[in-house]
Design a protein. Structure first.
Length: 158
């Protein structure tokens, strides 16, 4: 059955907030601000990244965190390092794999694998970069699944 977006609307928007304040205080402030903007907006489900990782693991999922992509032009304006380090600490603290897309892309730029500074209207470079990132990430998932399969095999033969 087909439903239009208006009939079956789900937001895919995510708001990431880093704060020294307690999570509950930040969540209350976000909800209050949203109510002021539009009292008809549904109350958002606000959770920490750690809580989300826990819920995913409870459901039997493996979790891989991925940091932002490297963009040398945007990097001069937007400081992604605090976010990147926060993701790294969450991954380390929760025993979660980190796919370090930023370091991979930075290395590609430094080695000249891709010219990430070229001014162009073509999306060819972006498409090639994303295809390579996708292949690397898929390889990580396949390796993880194979390793888990081997672990299960060893457990059943003991």
């Amino acid at each position: 059955m087909y439903l239009s977006q208006a009939q079956s609307w789900r937001s895919r928007t995510r708001l990431l907030v880093r704060s020294e304040r307690p999570t509950s205080a930040v969540a209350d402030a976000i909800r209050s601000t949203l109510r002021e903007l539009d009292p008809n907006l549904p109350a958002p489900d606000i959770t920490t990244l750690e809580q989300t990782i826990g819920k995913l693991r409870e459901g039997g999922a493996d979790v891989i965190l991925m940091n932002p992509q490297f963009n040398p032009r945007a990097d001069a304006v937007i400081q992604t390092n605090p976010y990147t380090e926060a993701i790294r600490w969450v991954a380390t603290g929760n025993g979660v794999n980190l796919f370090d897309r930023q370091a991979i892309m930075r290395q590609w730029g430094e080695l000249g694998t891709f010219d990430l500074l070229a001014a162009t209207k073509s999306l060819d470079t972006a498409a090639n970069v994303h295809e390579c990132i996708g292949r690397l990430l898929a390889g990580l998932v396949v390796q993880g699944a194979a390793a888990e399969g081997e672990d299960q095999k060893e457990k059943t033969t003991k």
